[in-house]
Design a protein around this ligand. Sequence first.
Ligand code: MN3
Length: 255
Amino acid sequence: MKKNETRRDFLKQSATLALGTIAATSLSNIALAGSTVVPPNYFLPDGDKFTLSVLPYNYDALEPHIDKLTMEIHHGKHHQAYVTNLNKALETVDSSVLGGTYTFESIFEKVEKLPAAVRNNAGGHYNHSLFWILMKPNGGGQPKGKLATAINASFGSFDEFKKKFTESAMTRFGSGWAWLVYNNGKLAITSTPNQDNPLMNLSTIETKGKPVLALDVWEHAYYLKNQNKRADYITSWWNVVNWDTAESLFTAASK
Ligand code: MN3
């Protein structure tokens, strides 16, 4: 029950934040509680149900780079639909396949044996949960610390990394995601179609690894503001990247 209480506390704090009663600076303190920028139990289901991840900022907080309406629909409608449909799809899975309790990791590990609706919606829920905390108001710039060192070692320079990541996001045909992942002591850039991700145990995943950075390149992520111009959206997105979260994901992955 401790897990649920923690989640409720976080929801309560976030609800207060949504009312704007706490200054924006306090918000990052709450998100940073326990020396991590990933909220406690953020990726775990609440009992046997997954719930919509709380945005650690308001819908208009990423303006002018990512607009309020896109954020409202993307988080409140698209992401909510993945959560709703994931819970529905999980009801159809025999308990002998996943066991009584499950996490994203156990779902992605057994994804080949699960219905397509679980794969698509678990991916959708996980990928978006990651995406939100990898952005922040007044973000952007460059990573610092160990991640910066690792990026320089793997790609030569931050600019070269940025160029290659942008290329990967631009060349993903149709809907999908661009990723920076860590695997076996190395950073790599890759992309996945639809709601697949590099944690999925599938032969079709080109580069597996633990996500450090994630970029949604579905049209629903940018169409309202940028229409068909994915390049403009990616340029805007670099201005809101939360390198603190990326650093904390990298630290956890490279332990
Ligand atoms: Mn999306």
